[in-house]
Design a protein around this ligand. Structure first.
Ligand SMILES: C[S@@+](CC[C@H](N)C(=O)[O-])C[C@H]1O[C@@H](n2cnc3c(N)ncnc32)[C@H](O)[C@@H]1O
Length: 246
């Protein structure tokens, strides 16, 4: 009960701070804290904000890029315009939305992808977590190849099955992949951010399929066919000596 009270209190405190500083959502502080630690967004950057409603991250990104850059948000839900950002309404996994994103980018490579995407919650934790992981893999598949050399990709993940496998699937494409829990999301213990820095474009082909790779890596775990090396041999100096007959 006491823990619950503390969590609610912290959440309310971030909400109050967001209101006082003009941000639309307390999630803005998560991006601010990620930025303080990893310096992902720079002046003049092109930023893709995936799952951008109601616009808290877009507000922060606009402040960071200054005048020369572009913040392009996309969400299933329409939101109030964010000054300095372009926000599209659509499903990031659908062709039509992807074409509109490409049009808006007009061949400009992306410096930073920030994704706070969360699918609709059914209330069944296993189902929600699995759907969320697959959605993140789909976002990688569409957007990673649009990143410039040295670009970064940050995504919310929900802790649980598949996190290790997704990290394994994306690791070859970035020189640094880390998990980070900003203070502002500590009250949501299931949430963690995956920070992938320094994209290496020469590691991806046109037909890259992170989702397929992720599902292949996950398959043995789900079917219970993980290779078991069996019990390890234990070496010891202890020996059994026969007692000499008298
Ligand atoms: C936690 S909210 C994002 C909050 C946002 N970062 C902010 O600071 O205001 C997650 C968003 O992901 C969006 N979303 C979920 N699935 C999506 C999809 N397939 N395509 C685009 N947006 C999606 C939801 O509509 C929701 O608004």
């Amino acid at each position: 009960m006491a823990d619950h009270w503390i969590e609610n209190h912290k959440r309310d405190s971030w909400r109050r701070q967001a209101k006082a500083s003009g941000y639309r959502a307390r999630s803005a502080f998560k991006l601010i804290q990620i930025q303080e630690r990893f310096k992902l967004i720079r002046e003049g950057d092109v930023v893709l904000d995936v799952g951008s409603h109601p616009g808290g991250w877009a507000q922060v990104a606009v402040e960071l890029i200054g005048d020369g850059g572009l913040v392009l948000g996309v969400d299933l839900e329409p939101c109030q315009p964010v000054e300095g950002a372009t926000i599209l309404v659509g499903d990031i996994t659908e062709d039509l939305t992807q074409e509109r994103i490409l049009e808006e980018l007009n061949h400009r490579p992306i410096n930073t992808i920030i994704s706070d995407i969360s699918p609709d919650i059914t209330g069944k934790w296993d189902v929600d977590q699995t759907v969320a992981m697959t959605l993140v893999a789909d976002v990688f598949d569409f957007s990673m190849k649009l990143l410039c050399k040295g670009g970064s990709f940050t995504s919310k993940l929900f802790q649980g099955v598949g996190v290790e496998e997704l990290i394994k699937a994306v690791k070859p494409h970035f020189s640094e992949v880390k998990r980070f829990s900003p203070d502002a999301s500590r009250n949501s213990s299931s949430e963690v951010y995956l920070i992938c820095r320094n994209f290496m474009p020469w590691t991806v082909t046109k037909h890259i399929n992170i989702r397929k790779k992720y599902e292949e890596l996950l398959e043995p775990k789900l079917s219970g066919n993980e290779i078991d090396d069996g019990p390890k041999e234990v070496y010891s100096s202890f020996q059994v000596r026969r007692k000499k007959a008298d």
